[in-house]
Ligand binder design. Sequence first.
Ligand SMILES: [Zn+2]
Length: 403
Amino acid sequence: MRCTNVFAPLAGLAALTIVATPAVAQRPGGRGTTIRPGQECPPGTTEVRPRSCAAPQFPPPSIVDYRPVSTLVTPEHLVPKAKFPVIDYHGHPGGRVGSAAGLAALGAALDSLNVRLIVVAENQSGEELRRTVAAIRAAPAMRDRARVLAGIDFRNVGPGWGERAVRQLEADVAAGAVGVGEISKSFGLSSRKADGSRLRIDDPDLDPIWEACARLRVPVFIHMADPQEFCQPIDYTNERWLEMALFADRRYPAERFPSFEQLARERDNLLRKHPNTTFVIAHLGWHGNDLARLGKLFDEMPNVYTEVGAVLYDIGRQPRAAREFFIRYQDRILFGKDAFQPEEYPYYWRVFETADEYFDYYRPYHAFWKLYGIELPDSVLKKVYYQNALRITPGLPQAGWPR
Ligand SMILES: [Zn+2]
């Protein structure tokens, strides 16, 4: 139907000045430029025939303005509510858990998604944690629908820190914390020790706290680094160019920050050094783009689990490999969402539960591609949605879940 007017999809884009543009682009390296095998077309041109480059005949939109609408007609199965009750292990409900009214609104939002329980992963400790636990216990409808993780204060790590941190963790667990986390990405990346040096993820001064987690049977939910592209130069080959251009605090230039590989090495040392401690590494450990690497880590370290918050774009772009991975490592993957945006959860249900093809993702700056469903078997869905979280976290309400 758009054939009658080739410009219709571009309607409304402010910078469009097609009429005034000459029929053939005047830019250097324009139509007719030839390249050698393996060479790239010059900027502003694209390969139209083997080794022959041309420029568009009118000004191309920027990547922000190019919004092609798919013409693909294929079955659609929207999934507003998950098929089985869900535990969101990567919860950031913010102030909603601090009051009866906030908890009631949270409960209504979770009901609409079939999320039965949210794990508040906001590093609460001491008085703040006690207040949150009290608010949850005082809300009859939410008493069994939210649990809180404890935070560790990584400031001033040095002599005496371990004992203080363990004492605080014991108090927080006694007050109702069911795990530790989410340990933030600044850990390893920018946090400093008392002596001013970078606090490495595998620093031996931290060993007492990880051993205490094993003794207290509380899992450690840890977010290491950020996608590898954030450590790479911001050039036009970078998959996350747009995101880094939008958010200044997501750029980790090599001259100021340790590399992704350095952080991953330190993380793996930590996981290996404490085999009796249960770790949940956030965001597929940022290995969603290399599932074989994550699989190797799982094979080597049975104490390690992961969750899927904010990496749906990597799962949904490799539906066959992801399905195989989820089935193979079905006991090691938990559901987590990260940012609390109720309208975004159904994208996860659709990827996990359907075989739909080529559908939109919720955050265009994460991914300029489409998603595909991985149609997990019910037995795997149940593990990912709630059974794995229940098994590794004794402090979660264990009754009333479907078998
Ligand atoms: Zn988080």
